[in-house]
Each structure stands twice: as C-alpha cells, then as structure tokens.
Design a protein around this ligand. Structure first.
Ligand code: GTP
Ligand code: MG
Length: 171
C-alpha cells in the first residue's frame, strides 16, 4: 500500500479506448477503487484516476485516462505522454471487436511508438453470450503485437492482472 507522503518513483500514463459501453469506466473503477456500477452512465469528456502501487520495489503511480467511446472525439492531447494503452471490446458484441483495428490505427497515429498496448475482451462473466472467440482475439493480438486478456469488471476477473501486466511491461 502507498503512504500518502511516500516518494513516487514513476508516473505512468495509461489510456483506455474502445467503443461506448464496452466497460472502460467500470474497468477503471474496479482497478482504482474496487467498485462497480451496474447502471453506469456514458462518460462525457475526459476523466482520469490514479492508483499508486509497488512494482519491483519502486513506487509507481498509474494515471489512467478514460474518455467517451461514442464521441470518438479523442484528441492528440489524450494520447500525449501515454506509455500504455488498453484497447477494450465487449466480448458479447462482435462489432466492438471489429472496431479494434480502427482504434488501433488511431492510437498508433497519435501515440509514442514504444507504447505498450493490451487488447482487453471485457464482460467475460457473460460467457454464454460470447460473440468473439478467444482465438480470434489472440490471432489479432499476435499479428499486431499486443498483449491480450479477457476480463470482467463485474466479477473482478483479471482486472488487476491486466493493469499489473501492463505496468510491469512499461517498467
Ligand atoms: P462510454 O463511457 O460510453 O465510452 O462506455 P464505457 O466503455 O465506459 O462503459 P461502462 O464502463 O460505462 O459500462 C457500460 C455498461 O456495461 C454498464 O452498464 C456496466 O455496468 C456494464 N459492464 C461494464 N463492465 C462489465 C462487465 O465486466 N460485465 C458485465 N456483465 N457488465 C459490465
Ligand atoms: Mg465510460
């Protein structure tokens, strides 16, 4: 845990992107505050939350940015300085996965070349409604050189693991 007056060794900016309603804000709420809201409202504008944690004996502050998937009004300021990105789709909505290529293109057009990118198939608690086979996502991730995990913000499955994998890779 982090003491409030603890020295911060690194600040890592991470951005969340993906279609509206895939669960970006709930993944962030789960990671940063261990909270989940069923009737979560669409994000307006840009928000961020931070979480301080220890990685390899250093104190790392993750500053995680979240914006509206719907507006697609993401500007270069959103990506500026980001060292990690989570490309999130809803595994029960094929379209949100099909849009990953476009989000990735936008990300690569704006972000630093060395950015660490993780593909996230969220809502794995709804397994019976799966519309995206894990194999499809793995293949896409491999081709595009991304990390890949399936998560559930609702059940807290792999949420911490996804952020920790990303932060450790950045480090
Ligand atoms: P925008 O802000 O519009 O871009 O959407 P978002 O990607 O931030 O989606 P948000 O986190 O607001 O979640 C959208 C809806 O999906 C909400 O009703 C959430 O409760 C629900 N949701 C998010 N994560 C999960 C999950 O892991 N499982 C299930 N079953 N529902 C989820
Ligand atoms: Mg949101």
């Amino acid at each position: 845990y982090a003491d409030y007056n603890q020295k911060i060794d690194y600040v890592f900016k991470i951005v969340l992107i993906g279609d509206s309603a895939v669960g970006k804000s709930q993944l962030l709420a789960r990671f940063a505050r261990n909270e989940f809201t069923v009737d979560s409202k669409a994000t307006i504008g840009v928000e961020f939350q931070t979480k301080t944690l220890a990685i390899h004996n250093k104190t790392v502050k993750a500053q995680i940015w979240d914006t509206a998937g719907q507006e697609r009004a993401v500007t270069s300021a959103y990506y500026r300085g980001a060292v990690g990105a989570m490309l999130v789709y809803d595994m029960t909505k094929r379209q949100s996965f099909d849009h990953m290529a476009r989000w990735l293109e936008e990300l690569r057009g704006h972000a630093d070349k060395s950015i660490i990118i993780m593909l996230i198939g969220n809502k794995c608690d709804l397994g019976s409604l799966r519309a995206v086979p894990a194999e499809d996502a793995k293949e896409f991730a491999q081709r595009e050189n991304l990390f890949f995990m399936e998560t559930s913000a609702l059940e807290a499955t792999n949420v911490e693991a996804a952020f920790l994998t990303m932060l450790t890779e950045i480090y």
